[in-house]
Design a protein around this ligand. Sequence first.
Ligand code: ZN
Length: 244
Amino acid sequence: MISVEIKTILEIVFISCLFCKGIIRLFKTFDYFRVLKIFLLKVYKHRSTAFSHYIYPSLVWKIPAKEKHIYLTFDDGPTPHVTEKVLDLLKEFGVKATFFCVGKNVKNYQHIYLKILNDGHAVGNHTQNHVNGWKTSADKYISEVEEASKHISSKLFRPPYGKLSPVQILKLKKIYKIVMWSCLSGDFDQSLNIEHSIKQLKNASQPGAIIVFHDSKKAERNLFEILPEYLQYLASEGFVTKAL
Ligand SMILES: [Zn+2]
């Protein structure tokens, strides 16, 4: 006769063996490369990493702050209808933000640019034609920024796609504060999971965080699904949203 205790021990051993066998099988069939790729893409697309802070420590990734201050930023405008709708939302919630404008858009939609300023928001330079720093020579890149500066009065600069070469950084730093981000909303991503994005934004909402949205046609659908809920969240958590 086997005692109850021994039976229980045998059961535990048996179930453990089955469990281990299952785990081993799972490990053998697991596509590590795919998981790593998805993880890196998600991190790259939606969060600045500690890694990038170390590579570019002289760029601004967050604002030193003890109070619950958050810095909302909007890239790529002004865009008719989209920027104006963003301005209405910001006014409704009584918050200030920073708009990193593309020079050619300011030239084409001067009245929207002036409305951004009249509403008390800050502006920054985002190059004349939204050029990629990794595909543009340093001289050409600087002339892009200079061209945009004829339309945008600001000492703030954000590189399109977050891409800059070390030489471009050295040259721009003499004049501009180069502003990167703590968290990308991912609103430009057509396959974005809205709930996931809002969760990421809430997690990233720490004192001094810099958050990126886009007042562009491409981001419009996602932007207006995310932004009202996020502004509501910031208000309910007592965050003060400021311009840079
Ligand atoms: Zn951009």
